[in-house]
Design a protein around this ligand. Sequence first.
Ligand code: 48F
Length: 259
Amino acid sequence: MLDEVVISRAITESFMKVFMDYMDVDVAIAGAGPAGLVCAYYLARAGKKVAVYERHLKVGGGMPGGGMMFNRIVIQDEARPILQGEIGVDIESYKDGMYIADSVEAIATITSKAIKAGVKIFNLMSVEDVMIRENKVSGVVLNWSSVGWSKLHVDPLCVRAKAVVDATGHDTEVCKIVERKSGPVLNTKTGGVLGEKSMWAEVGEGVIMDNTKEVYPGLYVCGMASNGVYGSPRMGAIFGGMILSGKKAATLILQNISR
Ligand code: 48F
């Protein structure tokens, strides 16, 4: 017999068990776009306990939308070993060292690999603040996205983490929160978020790896947020940089948190 109350208990119990377990994690990542998910995948594959918080109902950020809703993405040769080799997305050669993939297949496959590696994704939750102890980010402050959208006054809950990742894309939300609440403490030229510059794919993709770093003790930035924080150009529907940047952030975190 299909009892609706049993169904309701199953959902609530199962969710709460994981949510409670993940109140103390190795790494908390804000944003389930391609950069955040690739970062999460490599961390989980290395045995770390990783939670990803995504504001929207669905994961993927800007990837499924491809370029202007044409659901294809371009990647360059350097990202092929990850997207095709490691993750298993089908990729076709286009020209001049550029490759093309189906953006829906790409994000579905990255997401599946991350989950199978042990990543827990909490959708419909937003990172609205961070915890800072002794000048180090030590966790995230969460609320249901619907609370923010409906402007309700509801206090948040917290998750402790050894490292926090701002993978919020163009918005650079976590870094902006730290700047707003702690002043110009980021390791940028001004100490604040410098802001993304106009489209220039070649330059944007060229600098994203340098911009992927620990921006404040305990806080890392990857993907489009890296270029936003460090004042570099956007690059449109080419995604190699996002994927490589996610992996770089994971590598940095693994070096730092196992010290
Ligand atoms: O925007 P998004 O896809 O960032 P990304 O992984 O990739 C950028 C590309 O999509 C594209 C590009 C390629 O050249 O430029 O824009 O760097 O994913 C960011 C995700 O973060 C979520 C947001 O809903 C999106 O899915 N997000 C933003 N702020 C928050 C958040 C927040 N405060 N808490 C939780 N999720």
